[in-house]
Design a protein around this ligand. Structure first.
Ligand code: 5GP
Ligand code: ZN
Length: 115
């Protein structure tokens, strides 16, 4: 059994509110949303973070990003949204399975970073 929480969600061992799933990509609602729309899109393949991406991931990351764009359109983000990938210690990554956050809703989001 994997000790990666997102691999376990992808394997169906831990429940999640899934938005979309295919052979390569999974999207599910964040358990602790910080915006009216807040979901995560992951490759099913375990890649710890964006820092580990290489040429072998071009196809799956294309799938992740185009899925994120379509799901954003379909889930109330037609006027825009924020896409976040936290990476490593400096990026305050908490779960070390690469994931794309999509954040949105009817209102304009707060500023990206505090100065
Ligand atoms: P990170 O800081 O790594 O970019 O964000 C990890 C995100 O995963 C957080 O927003 C957190 O709320 C979410 N998360 C952590 N554990 C779970 C879980 O078991 N289920 C779901 N749906 N989201 C989770
Ligand atoms: Zn994983």
């Amino acid at each position: 059994m994997s000790d990666c929480i997102f691999c376990r969600i992808a394997a169906g061992e831990i429940p999640a509110k899934k938005l979309y799933e295919d052979e390569h990509v999974l999207a599910f609602h964040d358990i602790n949303p910080v915006a009216p729309v807040h979901f995560l899109v992951i490759p099913k393949l375990h890649v710890p973070s964006m820092a580990e991406l290489g040429p072998e991931h071009v196809e799956v990351m294309g799938r992740v990003m185009t899925t994120a764009a379509r799901l954003a359109r379909e889930n109330g983000c037609g006027e825009g949204y924020r896409t976040i990938i936290n990476t490593g210690r400096v990026g305050r990554q908490e779960v070390y399975h690469l994931h794309v956050h999509i954040l949105g809703g009817p209102e304009v989001l707060p500023a990206m970073l505090k100065r």
